[in-house]
Write a protein that binds this ligand. Structure first.
Ligand code: WTA
Length: 654
C-alpha cells in the first residue's frame, strides 16, 4: 500500500484519489449546498437561515439562525437507541484502577454535574475554567458546561499556576473546576495546591473566581486545603442530586461560543481560540467520519491529554457524536514499563490508535520487543498528529506496530481548525500512502501551498500552507482580541481590497508532483516540543522571571525524540556568574513559571545577544550555529562578536 517513489500508475487517476477529489470539488464549488446537506446529519432545535454568513470577513459565521446543543448530539441522541448500553469510556488510571461508563451512565452523570453547576449559579456564556487530570469527570465536566450553555476553557493539568492564572484572567472565569490530584509516573501530584496558587495569582491581577469545585480523583490521600465559602467538594454537592435528574440542554445559537482553548502565539500572551457551537459540531462530525471511517465495534484510543485540542475533539466531542467506545488513560504511556501503551491497546482490543510522532519515536527507541510482546491484531487504523512524522518513524509505526496491515493516518490540523484538515480519508476512499505525507486536503478544505507572494508553488518548491476558503470548524476569532485574530491569521496573504481572504496557519509545506502535501514545520516563532506549541517569547519571559537574567533568546533545535527542544541563550545581570547551578535554577524557574515541557535542554551564557542594529534579536543566527547551518545574511547584525561568542559556548556544550 505504501509506496516510496511516487505512485505506480497515472496517480492523478488513482480511483481513491479521484473519489476524494470529486467530493472536494463539490464541497468547494458550492459550499452552502454541500454543508446544508451534511449539517442535517446532526440534531438541531431549529435549522439555520443561512449556511455561511461571509458578510464580515474574516469573521465568518456558520449555520446562522440555527439553534442546537452539542450534548444532544453527543449523548441524548443515543439514549433511545442500543448505543445507550454501549461503553462510552473505558478509563484506566496509572496505577491500574479502572472505571467503565456506558453512554447511559455518561449522560446521567453529565445531567447531574450540570445540575450542580446550575446550583452554583453558572449561567449561559459564563466562562468555566477546567483544570483537571485525565479522569472521567473531565469530559463529564466539559459536557455539563456545554449542556447549560456556558463556555469551557480547559487548561492542561501540567501547566503551572501562573499559566492557569493568565488563562483565568483573560477569560474572566467565574468558576474553576479542578481535582485533588492525580498520578504521574508513580507519584501523586497535588493539583489543588497549584489551583489555589493560580486562583491567588489571578486575584492579584484583578480577576477573582467566585467558586472552586473540587473533584476527588479517588484513592488519593491528599492533604487538601479548602477555602470556606469558595471551595466545594463535588462529591458532597452531587450526592443529593438524584440519578434521574434531567437538565434540559440549553438552546444555543450556532454562532455562540462552545469553548475557548488557549494556544501559544508569537508573543508572550496566549491566544484564546474560540470555537463555535454549530460550526465546530458539524465539522468535527464530518472530519471524523472521513478520517476514521467509524464502525460500530470500534474502540478508539486517542492517546493525548484532553487539555489539548486533540483530546477535545478526539476523546470527547467527535467520537461521542459517532457513538464510539473510547479508551481514556490517566498516566504516562511508558509507565511503569515501556510497553504500557501496548498493554492497554491489547487489553481493550483497540481498533484505532491515535498518537503523536514524539510518542512513536520514544516507543521506537525502547525497541521492537516491547511491541511484539503484545497482540495488537485488533488495530485497523494507526493515526498520528502534532508534528511532521519522519519517514523512518512512519515505517516503524507501519511495520512494527501495524504489522504492515494498518494504514497510517497522518492528520494535519491545528487548535484553530477544530479537527483534521489534511489526512488520508479511509472514510471516503483510502488514497495510496506515502511515508511522511499527510496526503490530501479533506472535502471542505481549500488548502494550497504558496510562495512569499502568495502564488502557488511548483511541485517540490517549499512554501507556506494556506487555506483559501472558510470551513465550518474554523476558529470564530480570539477571545477579546479581534485585531490579533486578523493580524495573526489573515494579514499575511489576504487582499481585503479585492475581497480575497486567505487563512495562514504559519506552517511550511511542499506539494509533490502527485499533488501530495508534505508538512515541514512552523513558519513562525513558535516551537513544537513533543507536539506541544510553545512561543519563544513565552519561554523567554519565563527565563526572565529569574532574578539573575538580564536578557534571553530562545530557539528550537532538533531533538531525536521530541522533534524540537528549546535552547536558551542568556545574558546575566551584573554581579552574576555563569555556573551549572545557575543553569539548573533557571530551568527550575521555567518549570515553575510556565511548564515542564518548556524547560530548555541547555542554557548558553553569553555577554551579548546577536541583534540587528534596530535591536531585534536574531534568533535565526542562534539556530544556525546550533544546527550547523549557514549563517545566511548577517548584514543587519550589530556586532559579529556576538555570534562568535555563541559559537564558542555551543562548542563547549557539545
Ligand atoms: C503541527 C494539534 C505536521 C503544525 C492538532 C500545526 C503537524 C501545529 C501535524 C498545530 C502533522 C499538527 N504534520 N505538522 N500531521 N499536525 N502539526 O494547535 O505545525 O497543538 O500548525 O494542534 O502542529 O498544533 P496544535
Amino acid at each position: 500500500m505504501a509506496t516510496e517513489q511516487g505512485l505506480p500508475f497515472g496517480e492523478k487517476y488513482h480511483p481513491a484519489i479521484q473519489k476524494l477529489m470529486e467530493l472536494r470539488r463539490e464541497s468547494l464549488e458550492n459550499i452552502e449546498e454541500f454543508w446544508d446537506k451534511r449539517a442535517r446529519a446532526l440534531i438541531w432545535f431549529k435549522y439555520w437561515d443561512k449556511v455561511l454568513d461571509d458578510s464580515n470577513p474574516p469573521f465568518y459565521r456558520w449555520f446562522v439562525g440555527g439553534v442546537t446543543n452539542i450534548t444532544v448530539n453527543a449523548l441524548d441522541r443515543w439514549i433511545e437507541t442500543p448505543v445507550k448500553n454501549k461503553v462510552a469510556y473505558y478509563w484506566e488510571g496509572e496505577p491500574g484502577d479502572t472505571r467503565v461508563l456506558s453512554y447511559f451512565e455518561l449522560w446521567r452523570e453529565v445531567n447531574r454535574f450540570a445540575k450542580v453547576l446550575k446550583d452554583l449559579g453558572i449561567k449561559p456564556d459564563d466562562r468555566v475554567v477546567i483544570y483537571m487530570p485525565m479522569i472521567p469527570e473531565l469530559p463529564i465536566a466539559m459536557l455539563a458546561v456545554a449542556r447549560i450553555g456556558a463556555i469551557h476553557s480547559v487548561v492542561f493539568s501540567g501547566f503551572s499556576p501562573k499559566a492557569l492564572a493568565d488563562r483565568i484572567v483573560d477569560a474572566k472565569a467565574k468558576l474553576l473546576i479542578t481535582a485533588d490530584g492525580y498520578y504521574r509516573r508513580g507519584k501523586v501530584i497535588n493539583l489543588k495546591k497549584n489551583a489555589d496558587e493560580g486562583v491567588r495569582l489571578a486575584e492579584e491581577q484583578g480577576v477573582k473566581v467566585e467558586k472552586v469545585l473540587v473533584v476527588k480523583r479517588g484513592g488519593l490521600n491528599l492533604d487538601v486545603n479548602m477555602v470556606e465559602g469558595r471551595d466545594y467538594w463535588y462529591d458532597e454537592l452531587v450526592k443529593d442530586v438524584p440519578y434521574n435528574t434531567y437538565v434540559p440542554p440549553e438552546p444555543r445559537k450556532s454562532d455562540d461560543v462552545l469553548f475557548i482553548l488557549y494556544s501559544s502565539g508569537t508573543t508572550g500572551k496566549p491566544k484564546g481560540i474560540m470555537h463555535s457551537v454549530g460550526g465546530y459540531m458539524v465539522w468535527t462530525y464530518w472530519s471524523f467520519k472521513w478520517t476514521w471511517d467509524p464502525r460500530p465495534d470500534d474502540v478508539m484510543w486517542t492517546a493525548a491529554d484532553i487539555g489539548w485540542i486533540t483530546g477535545h475533539t478526539y476523546i470527547v466531542y467527535a467520537p461521542l457524536m459517532h457513538g464510539m467506545t473510547n479508551v481514556m488513560y490517566e498516566g504516562a504511556p511508558d509507565y511503569p514499563q515501556p510497553d504500557r501503551v501496548w498493554e492497554i491497546a491489547e487489553k481493550y482490543r483497540v481498533t484505532i490508535l491515535y498518537t503523536s510522532p514524539t510518542a512513536i519515536r520514544l516507543f521506537r527507541k525502547y525497541g521492537d520487543e516491547w511491541v511484539k510482546k503484545h497482540d495488537l491484531s485488533s488495530i485497523r487504523l494507526l493515526g498520528t498528529v502534532g508534528e511532521p512524522i519522519n519517514p523512518d518513524v512512519w515505517k516503524w509505526y507501519y511495520e512494527v506496530v501495524g504489522g504492515g496491515r494498518t494504514p497510517i493516518v497522518d492528520t494535519w490540523w491545528q487548535t484553530e481548525t477544530g479537527a483534521a484538515m489534511i489526512a488520508p480519508a479511509p472514510g471516503i476512499a483510502l488514497v495510496p500512502l506515502k511515508p511522511g505525507s499527510a496526503t490530501f486536503p479533506l472535502p471542505g478544505v481549500d488548502a494550497d501551498v504558496v510562495n512569499d507572494k502568495g502564488e502557488p508553488t511548483k511541485p517540490g518548491e517549499k512554501g507556506y500552507l494556506v487555506i483559501k476558503k472558510p470551513w465550518p470548524g474554523m476558529l470564530m476569532g480570539l477571545w477579546g482580541d479581534p485585531q490579533r485574530y486578523i493580524r495573526t491569521y489573515w494579514q499575511r496573504f489576504s487582499k481585503p481590497d479585492q475581497g480575497i481572504w486567505i487563512y495562514y496557519p504559519a506552517d511550511y509545506a511542499v506539494k509533490d508532483e502527485d499533488g501530495y502535501i508534505w508538512m515541514l514545520g512552523r513558519a513562525d516563532e513558535v516551537l513544537n516540543v513533543a507536539g506541544h506549541r510553545l512561543g519563544t517569547t513565552e519561554i523567554e519571559d519565563a527565563i526572565l522571571a529569574h532574578p539573575a537574567v538580564a536578557e534571553a533568546a530562545v530557539v528550537g533545535i532538533p531533538d531525536p525524540i521530541k522533534g524540537e527542544v528549546p535552547l536558551a541563550v542568556v545574558v546575566l545581570r551584573e554581579g552574576y556568574k555563569p555556573s551549572k547551578q545557575l543553569e539548573d535554577e533557571i530551568k527550575q524557574t521555567v518549570r515553575k513559571v510556565l511548564s515542564p515541557i518548556a524547560v530548555p535542554s541547555r542554557i548558553l551564557f553569553v555577554n551579548k545577544l546577536p541583534k540587528t542594529r534596530s535591536g531585534k534579536i536574531m534568533r535565526r543566527l542562534i539556530k544556525a550555529v546550533a544546527t550547523g547551518a549557514p549563517l545566511g545574511d548577517v548584514s543587519t547584525l550589530e556586532d559579529e562578536a556576538s555570534v562568535e561568542e555563541i559559537k564558542r559556548a555551543w562548542e563547549e556544550f557539545k
